[in-house]
Design a protein around this ligand. Structure first.
Ligand SMILES: [Mg+2]
Length: 250
């Protein structure tokens, strides 16, 4: 195989994150600090919707952060500049309280280190709906602070987001690589397996529960059931594959 580049998803792939507790506290802190004039439930639902809109936005000339601020400004009637400043301040300070919900995933250090040792380019392909500061903090909490990545995607450098295929096309363009040179490692079937597969990127699927096939069965994903990851397993298996220069696992 002519792989030169490894793309890693971050949340629930390189780290172990309690996503429910994490987002619960995240929303609550943001609400208390900047949006307490709104009902918590309204804030939770509207910000969730805005985030989804940003993820599905197809504006090639508008950075994700701009789409985010525009949508928030419309919804909460606050100037975009003020919102951006508030978020910057929030990520620099309050956000540190969320560290307790994130820890490195088993085998993640070795997997990433092995990629660097073997001379691969390594990209962090995480959903770019947060600012660079927020993503770099989560990356550090995931035990990845010492690595120098080829690219880390975030809302300030990406126009497209997962699960859109355009997200991967944008990464390829940025790092000047062809799809057949890359492999994507991630835990989400749609965003980390289906989308990259469609544009010719190989995949290593790391479901949170390795024996769980439910993603192939759930109704909304069933239409993609013909798409299979190139490999699947745990990060430890991925490390073995890398060490064996992509020979198939037994
Ligand atoms: Mg993930």
């Amino acid at each position: 195989m002519t792989i030169t580049t490894v793309l890693f998803d971050m949340d629930s792939t390189l780290n172990s994150i309690d996503e429910i507790e994490f987002s619960h506290k995240y929303f609550k802190m943001l609400h208390e600090r900047f949006f307490s004039e709104f009902e918590l439930q309204f804030f939770y639902e509207s910000l969730t919707n805005i985030t989804k809109n940003v993820m599905l936005s197809k504006s090639p000339r508008e950075l994700a952060i701009k789409t985010f601020m525009k949508e928030m400004s419309k919804c909460y009637k606050k100037p975009q500049k003020k919102l951006y400043q508030d978020f910057k301040d929030f990520y620099a300070n309050d956000y540190n309280q969320l560290e307790e919900f994130v820890r490195p995933a088993e085998g993640s250090q070795e997997a990433v280190q092995t990629c660097f040792d073997k001379g691969f380019n390594v990209v962090i392909a995480t959903t770019p709906v947060f600012t660079e500061a927020a993503i770099m903090k989560r990356l550090t909490w995931s035990g990845m602070g010492a690595f120098t990545f080829k690219l880390v995607t975030h809302a300030e450098n990406m126009h497209f987001s997962k699960p859109l295929g355009e997200y991967y096309t944008e990464i390829l363009k940025k790092i000047k690589k062809k799809s057949f040179e890359c492999i994507m490692v991630g835990n989400e079937f749609m965003g980390d397996v289906v989308s990259p597969t469609r544009i010719g990127i190989k995949t290593f699927y790391v479901p949170i529960r390795p024996d769980n096939e439910d993603l192939f069965i759930s109704p909304e994903l069933k239409r993609f059931s013909k798409i299979k990851p190139t490999y699947r397993g745990k990060l430890l298996d991925f490390t073995k594959i890398i060490k064996n220069d992509f020979q198939k696992l037994d």
